[in-house]
Structures are given as C-alpha cells and as structure tokens.
Design a protein around this ligand. Structure first.
Ligand code: BG6
Length: 285
C-alpha cells in the first residue's frame, strides 16, 4: 500500500523501495529513505509523543522564525511558531505511475485557544509531500482566508543525516550576505560553508536555486532545489549547545546538518484572500 496511515504518522512507500514518514504532530517528516539509506536525521532522543517539537526531520516553522520581537504580533508565540507543535490532519493522498503524494492541513480552528489569542488570524496551511523513485518534494501553501492581512515567516527546517559534519560542505552560498547568529555579525560568505564549530547562519535572498550538501570530497550527498523560498539557514549546534538540549544526544552533532530553506530574513505580508507557496526538492548528488 503506497500510503499507510497509522495513529501518529503516515508512511509513504514507492514501488522502487523509496519511502518517507510524516508525523501528524507538526506535519513533521521524520524519514526519507532512498537507494537503501536513511537521508534525514532524527535524534535518538527525539520526543515523539506530541509533547514537544520533534528534534530532527523537517519541522515546519510558521508563522515566526526564532522568537518574535515586540511590538510584532508574533512576539509571544513559542520559538519557531505553533505549526510544529500542533497536530495536523490528512486532507488528501494519491498516487500515479511515478509519485506517491500526501497532503496535510492545518487551519486556525485546529490550534489551541492560547495560540489563537496570540495570533488572531484566519489561515489555512496545506503541506504536500511527494515521493518519487529518486527524490522527495515538500511544499507549503499558506492561504489567508480572513479579512485582514497577516505577516509570516516559514522554514522547512530540514535536518540531514550526514556521515561527518567536519567533512561536509554546503555549496551554493558563495557571495551571499548572511547574519551569523553565533558571533552576532553580518558578513558575506566566502566560498563553501564548512562546519568547524557551532554554526547558526541566516543567508538572505539566495539566488542559487540548487544547493549541494556534499558529504566529503567525493562530491556525494544531497541536492536541495528550492522553489519560491529566498533564504537559507545553516545550523549545527556543535558540542556545548548539543549538551544543553535534552532531546539531542551529546555526540549527535557529528552526523547532522540543518540546511533550511524558507522566508525568514523578512516577514512576508499576505493580504486577505491571497495565497503563497514555496517548496524544496531533495535528491541525491
Ligand atoms: C535554527 C535556528 O533554525 O533552529 C537556531 O537558527 C535554533 O537558532 C535552531 O537554535 C533549533 O531551534 P529549536 O527551537 O528547535 O531548538
């Protein structure tokens, strides 16, 4: 069966053997297997019972990136917003000769009263996951179904499972302006991004549509093709930050890198009735 629904998650299986899993909680994709291997990092300590955002996979950041700042209306929302800590529902599933697709939905009637009071807008989100033999597309559609404009950030906060963070290179960000959240500086990227310690960088207006996460000098790895998503966040907590996270193993930073495509440098203003879409396609290099 290409789409198998369990109480907590949906499993997509492609006839070629590729597969994916998406939790209803946060609509968090926690697994993508292709060519016989897992490609997505999920912490051994991830909490999967819906009491905390899932540590790993692709948590969905919406409607704010990080902590909102007063006087913006997102100021009191939890870090990275409410979408990753709310249960979504399955709205559609389909398959054709090449692709297995599921769509999950979330709207204002499904969030807690507390979130609703903090962010009082009528919205509808549809998250589409499409699995083919050799790639996976994850895309978000944000629809303002109310009668006034709202601002939002969003991010496909993708944790990649990699052999060795010290050997990885992110290619495609050369020359892009970025904010280094660790050093609290603004700089221009020179060459490829490498990980030699804690990294938490926000690259704004990235023109390159295809980024590469090269595992090592062999050039093997993952391609991230982004559509309608301007910004990229690169994150690895390294030692100290890792040991401070209860749901992340002390040594797990060696085998993950977050390369997160989204719109976070500035808020997107969505007028009443308007819709916005962005997606990424992951494939092997
Ligand atoms: C990244 C942010 O996107 O997410 C980091 O840039 C943050 O600053 C990281 O630490 C993880 O966030 P959280 O809330 O899942 O611990």
């Amino acid at each position: 069966m290409p789409v198998h629904q369990q109480s907590e998650k949906i499993i997509l299986t492609h006839s070629t053997g590729a597969s994916a899993e998406v939790y209803f909680y946060g609509s968090t994709l926690t697994s993508w297997k292709v060519a016989g291997k897992e490609r997505i990092f999920l912490s051994d300590k991830a909490i999967l019972d819906g009491s905390k955002a899932i540590r790993g996979g692709i948590p969905l950041v919406f409607p704010v990136f990080g902590k909102g700042k007063a006087p913006h209306v997102t100021a009191s929302l939890p870090q990275h917003g409410f979408a990753r800590v709310t249960r979504w529902k399955l709205v559609n599933s389909s398959e054709d000769a090449t692709t297995v697709t599921v769509q999950l939905g979330l709207d204002h009637s499904m969030i807690t009263e507390e979130f609703r009071n903090l962010w009082p807008f009528d919205f509808s989100l549809v998250y589409t996951v499409s699995l083919t033999a050799d790639n996976i597309e994850t895309g978000l559609r944000v629809h303002n179904i109310g009668d006034r404009a709202f601002d939002f950030n969003t991010l496909l906060h993708t944790y990649f499972l990699i052999p060795d963070a010290s050997a990885v290179k992110v290619v495609g960000l050369n020359g892009v302006d970025y904010v280094d959240k660790v050093l609290q500086t603004s700089s221009k990227q020179k060459g490829d991004v490498v990980i030699r310690g804690e990294v938490d960088s926000v690259y704004a207006n990235v023109n390159t549509l295809k980024l590469e996460i090269q595992y090592d000098p062999s050039g093997k790895g993952i391609q991230v093709q982004k559509n309608g998503l301007g910004d990229i966040v690169v994150w690895n907590p390294w030692t100290e930050k890792a040991s401070g996270m209860a749901d992340f193993g002390d040594e797990e930073f060696h085998k993950m890198i977050c390369v997160e495509a989204g719109q976070v440098a500035e808020f997107i203003a969505l007028a009443a009735g308007d819709a916005w879409e962005g997606s990424q396609i992951l494939s092997l290099l």
